[in-house]
Design a protein around this ligand. Structure first.
Ligand SMILES: NC(=O)c1ccc[n+]([C@@H]2O[C@H](COP(=O)([O-])OP(=O)(O)OC[C@H]3O[C@@H](n4cnc5c(N)ncnc54)[C@H](O)[C@@H]3O)[C@@H](O)[C@H]2O)c1
Length: 332
């Protein structure tokens, strides 16, 4: 039975459709060798789903998938290549579309490429998905779509005022989803806050951790920015529910619902890793959004999930994994 998708005054779909995906369908993860994608791939393989990954390996690494490479199909190709996308979608019912220029600063340095990957690539993904009969696509949008919000926490009904090319490209990606939805493809939009966990690199949490472990100064650009950090395992839980549960168009904020300043984050990492590193505070750039706390009521209600722990609760586990890795490297 299918219900209808209601829109509120700001055109934010807010009602789930009662439509369930059959047991263990074949799944495609675009960007499946990246940080979030590799965590999602591992979870789905563990849960018995047949998984295909398409990734051009610009930021992704095959080694992120080494534990499950023998159980998945990997297509090393670009989402701008329609033929490769079509080939990777054979027999697929659910697509998790994660492939993107995911770095705000890189996107600002090369706007053309950002649009080609994040907008044209997403248009490709939804179009090919529709053509080959995919049932549902889950699109990983970002907190950056809101720009600097008028108030915290930010609800999904807040104005979309992206302040950088990355945020703009994610708004446009959401529009690609809206277009495909009108054509009958189930599209679910999730707006992720700041995910952290093992396997990430070149972002604030792994950078702080790397320097704390090496006894180097932690470079804090600004420090008073308030961000919503959320363990990657929780993001994966949300994606799985969005992919296989009752259909929820979203958009849904995926975050912890609490804020941490960058300074607090740095101090916490130093304390937890018992590091002697000092903080080096520098002037911050203005490209990235500086205040975000996700309003998570809709995600909790519609996906049936609530973050149980503090937003930084995953740090201890992350630090112990990274300490073990350093120890192993020393032994070898
Ligand atoms: N990590 C976060 O905190 C966060 C927050 C908000 C939104 N998101 C979004 O979630 C998704 C996953 O994020 P992530 O942190 O895993 O990023 P990531 O950069 O680690 O992963 C993206 C993957 O996409 C691949 N890729 C890039 N361009 C491609 C192309 N043209 N064709 C095929 N593959 C391509 C990369 O090689 C990489 O493996 C992204 O869409 C990102 O914008 C992430």
């Amino acid at each position: 039975m299918q219900g209808c998708e209601k829109m509120n005054s700001q055109n934010v779909p807010d009602v789930s459709r009662v439509s369930r995906i059959p047991e263990k369908p074949r799944v495609l993860i675009t960007g499946g060798a990246g940080f979030v994608g590799a965590h999602l791939t591992h979870r789905l393989v563990q849960d018995g789903y047949p998984v295909t990954v398409i990734d051009n390996m610009t930021r992704g690494r095959l080694s992120n998938l080494s534990d499950c490479l023998h159980r998945i199909r990997v297509v090393q190709a670009d989402i701008r290549d329609r033929a490769a996308l079509a080939a990777s979608m054979g027999g697929v019912q659910v697509v998790f579309h994660l492939a993107a220029q995911s770095k705000v600063i890189e996107a600002s340095k090369n706007i053309e490429e950002c649009i080609a990957i994040n907008v044209a690539g997403t248009a490709n993904a939804v179009q090919v998905a529709r053509e080959v009969g995919v049932r549902r696509i889950v699109f990983t949008s970002s907190r950056e779509v809101y720009g600097e919000p008028a108030k915290l926490p930010v609800m999904e009904t807040a104005a979309l005022r992206p302040k950088n090319p990355y945020g703009m490209s994610k708004v446009a990606g959401e529009m690609c989803c809206a277009m495909a939805r009108a054509d009958g493809l189930e599209t679910t939009i999730v707006r992720i806050a700041n995910a952290y966990g093992p396997g990430d690199y070149d972002r604030v949490v792994p950078n702080f951790l790397k320097n704390a472990t090496a006894g180097l100064p932690l470079i804090v650009n600004g420090g008073d920015q308030v961000l919503d950090f959320v363990p990657v395992e929780f993001v994966v839980d949300c994606l799985i529910r969005a992919g296989f549960g009752s259909y929820v168009p979203g958009p849904l904020n995926i975050g912890s619902g609490s804020g941490t300043t960058i300074l607090q984050l740095a101090e916490r990492i130093i304390a937890l890793s018992r590091s002697r590193s000092r903080l080096e505070v520098r002037q911050r750039g203005d490209i990235e959004v500086s205040r975000f706390i996700a309003g998570t009521g809709n995600a909790a209600r519609l996906l049936g999930l609530k973050l149980q722990t503090h937003s930084l609760a995953g740090l201890e586990k992350l630090i112990s994994i990274s300490e073990n890795r350093v120890m192993r490297a020393r032994v070898v």
